[in-house]
Design a protein around this ligand. Structure first.
Ligand SMILES: Cc1ncc(COP(=O)(O)O)c(C=O)c1O
Length: 506
């Protein structure tokens, strides 16, 4: 019947054709076998690339010869796919950020796993739009992954959740729910500038990630609504100062609305006293949002899970799968306990997005009602395949290995007379510097910056940097399943030898 209909349509359309009709085209390959051969070759190259990553420099700058590729004009005419791939192989592939390398420890870089390379092939082939309400497999994969994540983090099973681009977006979504839910008026209709409303105050330590401030500014609250609380020596929030801030804001007529807890600060990995903060939030009627961008998955480590006890009490929880769940970029997640508050913040359902009783637009839910994005990739498959392949226990062990390696590095630093820890190592981040008798603070900053840049330029290792208590710090953040103890031995030996080289030359 369908074939009959098709024939009738084609005949009717053909009858309207001009005699000089242009043949219709698609962007599929003319020769599928040629495409298959190229695909096989590319896959072989990728597998070799991953397998041999340890033998390459962590990072190398993009040479001028490759930069030329990026100033070429817009191509009007086609180039054979094999030739384009050759450029990728020669001018792009050898020059990555380096985060898949065993000695990459910059920012909070994730490594990914080989299994997810296969996931990426499937994601790209299926090219699902990820709307959520379509009764198709991708929706169910994402819902199951969210259920697994709640289970892994001891978060209530009836919480709502959404995969997003990363921790920054997860913070924005969680904080937007906090803002709307605590506003006491219909912010979506009236806007934040409606008169007669007290200023909603958000509290976070001075060590909180910049995305928190960005979210508050983007939400139209103004950064004056972020009350920044000082930290103690261990870089955790000063609870006394927090209580005083809540009190003084209330006295000034503001509305204390939301407390943001860090489970792993970006600079040092410090974990705020989560249980105490949950108690304070409960007592003062504050929404508790936890930025657990990388700390969340410590919950999976049998040995260290207590470090993040209390995380499950957060009203909203932001974390990244692309950091410490070893998922390929990009993938973050936000969970919200009050599903209705979550949906009420984002739901806009025009007629063209409504569910139907049957067919493609039937099905479990519409993800766009829980966040900013409408079209979304099928990124859930990477984490889903990773967890299925490795099992959650294995991930817990890998995380514990990273924590133990950070302690190992920390011990190496403490044992060396010319190295100094600049922060306590509470999780997977180690901050240290080279010290040399007779050098003042500015000279030490300069020396350590020079050491770090040289380490990276020689392709030996890639820590990043930060400033702690005014001192330049070499910062090692370890979310790397490929690192071994010998890599940290090499790091320490190289820092010392480069520092000696620089001081001798200077
Ligand atoms: C504590 C913390 N929060 C938020 C973020 C932002 O996450 P993303 O880079 O995935 O947006 C980071 C990134 O390192 C982080 O460490």
């Amino acid at each position: 019947m369908l074939a009959d209909l098709h024939t009738r349509v084609v005949v009717s359309l053909n009858s309207r054709k001009d005699s000089a009709q242009v043949p219709e085209k698609s962007l599929d390959p003319d020769d599928w076998e040629e495409f298959r051969a190229l695909g096989h070759r590319a896959l072989d190259d990728m597998v070799d690339y991953l397998r041999t990553v340890r033998q390459r420099p962590v990072w190398q700058p993009l040479p001028e010869s490759s930069k030329a590729l990026f100033s070429a004009p817009l191509p009007d005419e086609p180039t054979p796919a094999a030739d384009v791939y050759e450029r990728v192989r020669e001018d792009i592939l050898p020059y990555p950020t380096g985060n898949i390398h065993p000695r990459f420890w910059s920012w909070v870089g994730g490594t990914g796993t080989p299994t997810q390379l296969i996931a990426d092939m499937v994601i790209s082939t299926m090219n699902a739009a990820g709307l959520g309400f379509d009764e198709v497999a991708s929706t169910h994969v994402e819902i199951q992954l969210l259920d697994w994540l709640k289970q892994m983090l001891d978060y209530p099973g009836d919480a709502s959740g959404l995969l997003v681009s990363g921790g920054s977006m997860a913070n924005l979504v969680g904080l937007a729910v906090a803002r709307n839910h605590t506003a006491g008026s219909d912010l979506r209709t009236l806007g934040v500038s409606s008169t007669g409303r007290p200023r909603q105050m958000f509290y976070a330590s001075s060590e909180s990630h910049s995305s928190v401030r960005k979210a508050i500014e983007l939400m139209g609250l103004g950064s004056d609504s972020l009350h920044t609380i000082p930290v103690r020596k261990d870089f955790t929030i000063d609870v006394e100062a927090l209580l005083a801030a809540i009190k003084s804001d209330s006295a000034a007529g503001h509305q204390p609305a939301c407390l943001i807890a860090n489970a792993g600060t970006v600079n040092t990995g410090a974990i705020d006293p989560l249980v105490t903060l949950a108690d304070i939030a409960a007592e003062h009627g504050l929404w508790l949002h936890a930025d657990a961008a990388f700390g969340a998955f410590v919950r999976m480590s049998a040995r260290s899970r207590e470090l993040v006890a209390g995380l499950e009490r957060a009203d909203s929880l932001a974390f990244d799968l692309h950091k410490w769940l070893y998922v390929q970029y990009d993938c973050g997640c936000v969970l919200v306990k009050n599903q209705t508050a979550h949906r009420n913040t984002f739901s806009v359902l025009p007629s063209y997005l409504r569910n139907l009783d049957r067919g493609l637009a039937s099905g479990p839910l519409n993800f766009s009602e829980y966040g900013v994005q409408l079209s979304r990739s099928f990124k859930a498959l990477r984490a889903w395949m990773g967890l299925k392949t490795e099992g959650s226990k294995r991930y817990g062990e890998q995380i514990e290995q990273n924590i133990a390696q950070a302690r190992y590095l920390s011990d190496l630093v403490e044992q060396h007379p010319n190295l100094e820890l600049l922060a306590p190592t509470s999780l997977n981040i180690v901050n240290f510097r080279f010290i040399h008798q007779g050098l003042g603070p500015k000279e030490l900053d300069k020396l350590n910056a020079e050491v770090l840049m040289t380490l990276q330029e020689r392709g030996i290792a890639a820590p990043s940097s930060t400033v702690l208590n005014g001192n330049f710090s070499i910062r090692v953040a370890n979310c790397n399943h490929r690192s071994r103890r010998e890599d940290f031995d090499l790091l320490v030996a190289s820092v010392v030898s480069i520092a000696q080289e620089v001081t001798a030359a200077g």
